[in-house]
Design a protein around this ligand. Structure first.
Ligand code: G3D
Ligand code: MG
Length: 173
Protein backbone atom coordinates (compact mmCIF):
# COMPACT_ATOMS: atom_id res chain seq x y z
CA UNK A 1 0.00 0.00 0.00
CA UNK A 2 1.20 3.52 -0.80
CA UNK A 3 2.26 5.61 2.17
CA UNK A 4 2.08 9.39 2.16
CA UNK A 5 3.19 12.02 4.60
CA UNK A 6 0.54 14.72 4.88
CA UNK A 7 0.97 17.87 6.93
CA UNK A 8 -1.73 20.06 8.41
CA UNK A 9 -0.72 23.67 8.95
CA UNK A 10 -2.16 27.06 9.78
CA UNK A 11 -2.43 29.60 12.57
CA UNK A 12 -3.33 28.69 16.16
CA UNK A 13 -6.84 27.64 17.17
CA UNK A 14 -8.24 27.36 13.63
CA UNK A 15 -9.15 23.72 14.32
CA UNK A 16 -6.26 21.69 12.88
CA UNK A 17 -6.20 19.13 15.69
CA UNK A 18 -10.00 19.03 15.82
CA UNK A 19 -10.16 18.27 12.08
CA UNK A 20 -7.71 15.40 12.50
CA UNK A 21 -9.61 13.94 15.40
CA UNK A 22 -12.92 14.29 13.59
CA UNK A 23 -11.46 12.59 10.53
CA UNK A 24 -9.85 9.73 12.41
CA UNK A 25 -12.34 9.00 15.18
CA UNK A 26 -15.30 8.89 12.87
CA UNK A 27 -14.39 5.84 10.92
CA UNK A 28 -10.93 4.51 11.52
CA UNK A 29 -8.72 3.22 14.29
CA UNK A 30 -6.46 5.85 15.74
CA UNK A 31 -2.76 5.31 16.23
CA UNK A 32 -1.61 8.38 18.02
CA UNK A 33 1.97 9.23 18.87
CA UNK A 34 3.67 12.27 20.24
CA UNK A 35 7.12 13.25 19.02
CA UNK A 36 9.23 16.34 19.48
CA UNK A 37 6.54 18.99 19.53
CA UNK A 38 4.70 17.44 16.60
CA UNK A 39 1.85 14.96 16.80
CA UNK A 40 1.25 12.50 14.04
CA UNK A 41 -1.15 9.71 13.32
CA UNK A 42 -1.70 7.11 10.68
CA UNK A 43 -4.87 6.36 8.83
CA UNK A 44 -5.73 4.08 5.94
CA UNK A 45 -8.00 5.76 3.42
CA UNK A 46 -10.11 4.12 0.73
CA UNK A 47 -9.63 6.94 -1.75
CA UNK A 48 -11.47 5.08 -4.48
CA UNK A 49 -13.48 1.86 -4.29
CA UNK A 50 -11.08 -0.97 -3.30
CA UNK A 51 -8.06 1.37 -3.53
CA UNK A 52 -6.23 2.18 -0.33
CA UNK A 53 -3.50 4.55 0.73
CA UNK A 54 -1.91 5.02 4.11
CA UNK A 55 -1.75 8.60 5.32
CA UNK A 56 0.81 9.63 7.88
CA UNK A 57 -0.65 12.92 9.05
CA UNK A 58 1.55 15.42 10.90
CA UNK A 59 -0.03 18.05 13.09
CA UNK A 60 2.31 20.82 14.13
CA UNK A 61 0.55 20.87 17.50
CA UNK A 62 1.24 23.73 19.84
CA UNK A 63 4.54 24.47 18.11
CA UNK A 64 3.32 27.05 15.61
CA UNK A 65 5.75 29.65 16.91
CA UNK A 66 8.81 27.40 16.92
CA UNK A 67 9.92 28.11 13.40
CA UNK A 68 13.10 26.05 13.76
CA UNK A 69 10.98 22.91 13.73
CA UNK A 70 9.40 23.69 10.40
CA UNK A 71 12.06 22.29 8.08
CA UNK A 72 11.88 18.73 9.41
CA UNK A 73 8.13 19.04 9.64
CA UNK A 74 7.85 19.77 5.91
CA UNK A 75 10.52 17.27 4.88
CA UNK A 76 9.15 14.42 2.77
CA UNK A 77 5.56 15.65 2.80
CA UNK A 78 3.61 14.71 -0.32
CA UNK A 79 0.53 16.76 0.46
CA UNK A 80 -0.65 19.57 2.70
CA UNK A 81 -3.79 20.90 4.29
CA UNK A 82 -3.76 24.64 5.03
CA UNK A 83 -6.37 25.69 7.54
CA UNK A 84 -7.86 29.03 8.50
CA UNK A 85 -10.84 29.96 10.65
CA UNK A 86 -13.90 31.25 8.76
CA UNK A 87 -14.90 33.27 11.81
CA UNK A 88 -11.59 35.18 12.09
CA UNK A 89 -10.48 37.25 9.08
CA UNK A 90 -6.88 37.58 10.29
CA UNK A 91 -6.39 33.81 10.13
CA UNK A 92 -7.00 33.97 6.38
CA UNK A 93 -4.01 36.28 5.88
CA UNK A 94 -1.81 34.28 8.27
CA UNK A 95 -2.70 31.13 6.35
CA UNK A 96 -1.35 32.86 3.24
CA UNK A 97 1.91 33.52 5.11
CA UNK A 98 2.05 29.81 5.97
CA UNK A 99 1.64 28.93 2.31
CA UNK A 100 4.40 31.33 1.28
CA UNK A 101 6.70 29.90 3.92
CA UNK A 102 5.86 26.36 2.84
CA UNK A 103 6.68 27.17 -0.76
CA UNK A 104 10.04 28.66 0.22
CA UNK A 105 10.99 25.62 2.33
CA UNK A 106 9.67 22.75 0.21
CA UNK A 107 11.54 21.93 -2.95
CA UNK A 108 8.64 20.05 -4.53
CA UNK A 109 5.27 21.54 -5.36
CA UNK A 110 2.89 19.18 -3.54
CA UNK A 111 -0.91 18.99 -3.78
CA UNK A 112 -2.58 21.34 -1.31
CA UNK A 113 -6.09 21.76 0.03
CA UNK A 114 -7.07 25.04 1.66
CA UNK A 115 -9.66 24.60 4.38
CA UNK A 116 -11.93 27.31 5.74
CA UNK A 117 -12.94 25.65 9.01
CA UNK A 118 -15.78 26.32 11.50
CA UNK A 119 -18.47 26.61 8.81
CA UNK A 120 -21.01 25.75 11.52
CA UNK A 121 -20.56 29.29 12.86
CA UNK A 122 -21.59 31.01 9.62
CA UNK A 123 -25.38 30.93 10.25
CA UNK A 124 -24.70 32.71 13.54
CA UNK A 125 -22.04 35.24 12.63
CA UNK A 126 -22.37 35.51 8.85
CA UNK A 127 -19.72 34.98 6.19
CA UNK A 128 -16.73 36.82 7.70
CA UNK A 129 -14.11 35.64 5.20
CA UNK A 130 -15.39 36.30 1.69
CA UNK A 131 -15.93 32.94 -0.01
CA UNK A 132 -15.28 34.10 -3.56
CA UNK A 133 -12.06 35.77 -2.43
CA UNK A 134 -10.92 32.54 -0.77
CA UNK A 135 -11.87 30.54 -3.85
CA UNK A 136 -10.03 32.94 -6.14
CA UNK A 137 -6.95 32.86 -3.95
CA UNK A 138 -6.94 29.04 -3.90
CA UNK A 139 -7.37 28.87 -7.65
CA UNK A 140 -4.46 31.25 -8.23
CA UNK A 141 -2.32 29.11 -5.95
CA UNK A 142 -3.38 25.89 -7.69
CA UNK A 143 -5.09 24.62 -4.55
CA UNK A 144 -8.48 23.07 -3.88
CA UNK A 145 -10.72 25.12 -1.56
CA UNK A 146 -13.29 23.65 0.80
CA UNK A 147 -15.24 24.83 3.86
CA UNK A 148 -15.49 22.38 6.72
CA UNK A 149 -16.71 22.00 10.26
CA UNK A 150 -14.76 19.79 12.63
CA UNK A 151 -17.69 20.31 15.01
CA UNK A 152 -20.43 18.86 12.78
CA UNK A 153 -18.12 16.84 10.53
CA UNK A 154 -19.31 18.65 7.41
CA UNK A 155 -16.90 18.13 4.47
CA UNK A 156 -14.10 16.84 6.68
CA UNK A 157 -13.90 13.45 4.96
CA UNK A 158 -14.18 15.14 1.55
CA UNK A 159 -11.25 17.44 2.29
CA UNK A 160 -8.96 14.53 3.15
CA UNK A 161 -10.19 12.39 0.25
CA UNK A 162 -9.71 15.23 -2.22
CA UNK A 163 -6.14 15.69 -1.03
CA UNK A 164 -5.45 11.94 -1.18
CA UNK A 165 -6.77 11.71 -4.74
CA UNK A 166 -4.61 14.63 -5.81
CA UNK A 167 -1.55 13.03 -4.18
CA UNK A 168 -2.21 9.69 -5.91
CA UNK A 169 -2.77 11.40 -9.23
CA UNK A 170 0.45 13.36 -8.90
CA UNK A 171 2.35 10.17 -8.00
CA UNK A 172 1.06 8.76 -11.27
CA UNK A 173 -0.83 5.77 -9.83
P1 G3D B 1 -5.59 24.13 16.42
O1 G3D B 1 -5.16 22.70 16.49
O2 G3D B 1 -5.57 24.66 15.02
O3 G3D B 1 -4.81 25.02 17.34
P2 G3D B 1 -7.95 23.22 17.80
O4 G3D B 1 -7.12 24.22 16.86
O5 G3D B 1 -8.32 22.01 17.07
O6 G3D B 1 -7.22 23.06 19.08
O7 G3D B 1 -9.27 24.08 18.00
C1 G3D B 1 -9.24 25.39 18.55
C2 G3D B 1 -10.61 25.76 19.10
O8 G3D B 1 -11.55 25.84 18.02
C3 G3D B 1 -11.20 24.74 20.06
O9 G3D B 1 -12.02 25.42 20.96
C4 G3D B 1 -12.08 23.88 19.18
O10 G3D B 1 -13.10 23.27 19.88
C5 G3D B 1 -12.63 24.94 18.24
N1 G3D B 1 -13.03 24.37 16.95
C6 G3D B 1 -12.29 23.59 16.14
N2 G3D B 1 -12.96 23.29 15.04
C7 G3D B 1 -14.17 23.89 15.13
C8 G3D B 1 -15.33 23.94 14.28
O11 G3D B 1 -15.39 23.36 13.19
N3 G3D B 1 -16.39 24.69 14.72
C9 G3D B 1 -16.36 25.35 15.92
N4 G3D B 1 -17.45 26.02 16.25
N5 G3D B 1 -15.30 25.29 16.74
C10 G3D B 1 -14.21 24.59 16.36
P3 G3D B 1 -11.64 25.65 22.48
O12 G3D B 1 -12.81 26.40 23.01
O13 G3D B 1 -11.45 24.30 23.05
O14 G3D B 1 -10.39 26.46 22.43
MG1 MG C 1 -3.57 21.80 17.54
Amino acid sequence: MDKHKVIIVGPSAVGKTSLLHRFVHNQFVLKYKVTIGVDFLTKTVEYQPTKYAKLHIWDIGGQERFKFLHRSFYEGATGALLVFDLSRQNTFSSMKTWLREMRSIMKMDVPKVIIGNKSDLIPEIGQIVDRSEAEKYAENEGCFYIETSAKTGENVETAFLELTNRIIKKAGN
